[in-house]
Design a binder for this molecule. Structure first.
Ligand code: SF4
Length: 346
């Protein structure tokens, strides 16, 4: 009797991992998905906050992919463990603060532990040789297999024919002939395959699978590390980097200014952790103050807060300052009149 073989597919929410899983499912293998939540792959979350992105579907892409494929998805919180990957990447960062090679090694290693605990046979990823400059090169792909400990239990169905046969292929669990030989940056073969399967509206592949590949986000994270004097972080720290305008007038404090109502509502949730301010005599945004501002700094911050509201041209604006414990006071300020120095914007 044939044994039903089982594979776990790393599902990022993008097209490649979706097609990789589908390729193996088509061969009669039982596939389940696994998605690792690092705190940085929160695309759906930003769309949910900002009004501007209203038109985009608000969904968790990995769940959506699993639903399209009709497979079970395991979402694993790796926030704490991931800190070490991001803070001390053995193989360094990519163009920004993306530790892609270490990240892939970490995730495949977690998947390897998972299959051992759950009685699965092998691991699938959507990697394609030459697709990404760091983790998907001909010379780094074996590094992922080796350093994750997965070795030849790691099958990359989209480019398997360009790589040495893995255990599932040698054992005949999957037919190597029905796997693919994609390589390079062109996404055309993937698009064609998606069309064949009738997959539409999949998440458009951007620079990578998370915010760490984003230049502006990485600059804000670098600033946060500098301001804190260490690289450790909490989930809230890194979530807040994606919301609002971040303005640092001095090394010891910064302002997070809501850009619109949705962000204002989101920032409201942090009022017990930050000093916050908002104009009361005019409409204006909610602003959080991060750091250790002096009374004078708060005065400056109030001027900036006033500048971002409807009272920007007024002689005087009332700004309410609320401490973390809820104590409130109102000060009168003249809105910051000049353009803010460019170097204040993060
Ligand atoms: S883009 Fe982000 S999630 Fe994807 S491999 Fe790189 S660091 Fe990891």
């Amino acid at each position: 009797m044939n044994i039903q073989r089982k594979a776990v597919a790393l599902i990022s929410g993008g097209l490649d991992s979706m097609l990789a899983a589908k390729t193996v499912m088509d061969q009669g293998i039982h596939v389940e998905g696994i998605n690792f939540f690092t705190g940085f792959c929160v695309e759906g979350h930003t769309h949910a906050i900002r009004e501007k992105d209203r038109a985009k579907p608000k969904r968790n892409n990995s769940l959506w992919v699993a639903e399209q494929l009709g497979i079970k998805l395991h979402i694993v919180d790796v926030i704490e463990e991931y800190k070490n990957v991001l803070i001390n990447p053995k193989h360094g960062y990519g163009a920004h603060l993306n530790p892609c090679l270490d990240c892939k090694i970490f995730m495949v290693n977690k998947a390897r532990q998972w299959i051992a605990e759950n009685g699965f046979d092998f691991i699938i990823t959507g990697e394609v040789i030459g697709q990404r400059p760091m983790s998907q090169r001909k010379d780094t792909m074996p590094v992922v297999a080796r350093e994750s400990g997965a070795d030849d239990l790691l099958l990359r169905p989209l480019c398997a024919k360009n790589l040495a046969p893995t255990l599932p292929e040698r054992e005949g669990w999957v037919d190597r002939e029905k796997l693919h030989d994609f390589s390079g940056r062109s996404r055309k073969p993937q698009m064609e395959m998606a069309a064949r399967y009738g997959f539409r509206e999949y998440s458009q592949p951007a620079g990578g699978c998370c915010f760490l590949t984003d230049k502006n986000y990485s600059a804000k994270l670098t600033d946060l590390w500098q301001a804190h004097g260490h690289k450790d972080y909490e989930l809230d720290d890194v979530m807040l980097l994606k919301v609002g305008r971040h303005i640092r007038p001095a090394p010891h404090f910064k302002l997070i200014v809501a850009r619109e109502e949705g962000e204002g509502r989101f920032l409201q949730g942090y009022r017990k952790e930050f000093v916050s301010m908002a104009a009361t005599s005019h409409n204006g945004p909610l602003v959080l103050i991060d750091g250790t501002p002096s009374a004078e700094d708060l005065y400056l911050a109030a001027g900036i807060t006033a500048r971002y509201g409807q009272g920007r041209k007024a002689e005087q604006v009332d700004v309410k300052i609320t401490d973390k414990d809820g104590a409130e006071r109102t000060i009168q300020v003249k809105p910051f009149a000049k353009e803010l120095p460019q170097e204040w914007y993060l």
